[in-house]
Design a protein around this ligand. Structure first.
Ligand code: 5GP
Length: 125
């Protein structure tokens, strides 16, 4: 099944500048900004600028340049925040994709959470 991207989702509006955001970093292919409802002292959302619904869609159809830029940007943000595992206390990445993960916004995004101990990976739903 092909993914259908809805360009009225909230992150598409952020990318078009219709809704403000608190930007952490911007590159040719992605934008990173603070989550409006943070779950940790650092809670950053990293999104590609391209119209991808979720991580699965992004991994299958994004260009090598987009994929590389996304990973490099993540690492640069961690360094900028001082939470990269090499010199800081580390972070967790979360990419809710689809129904069982309870994805709310259907524009591909990865949550970067850091700044406190984050516990074990999963809680009971
Ligand atoms: P999901 O459940 O889709 O993985 O996460 C969506 C995230 O987007 C949530 O953590 C939510 O707080 C965040 N969010 C929703 N609307 C906005 C918004 O308008 N601005 C920002 N910065 N974050 C938002």
């Amino acid at each position: 099944m092909a993914y259908e991207y809805d360009s009225e989702n909230i992150f598409a509006k952020i990318l078009r500048g219709e809704i403000p955001n608190n930007t952490v970093m911007e590159t040719e292919h992605c934008l990173a900004f603070h989550d409006i409802n943070p779950n940790a002292p650092h809670h950053i959302l990293i999104i590609p600028k391209g119209p991808y619904v979720n991580f699965d869609h992004f991994g299958a159809e994004a260009s090598d340049a987009e994929l590389a830029d996304f990973s490099r940007t993540l690492a640069k943000i961690a360094k900028k925040l001082g939470v990269d595992p090499a010199s800081g206390d580390g972070y967790r990445l979360v990419a809710n994709s689809g129904k069982n993960a309870i994805q709310d916004v259907f524009h591909m995004h990865v949550h970067l959470l850091a700044g406190r101990p984050l516990g074990r990976m999963l809680q009971q739903a």
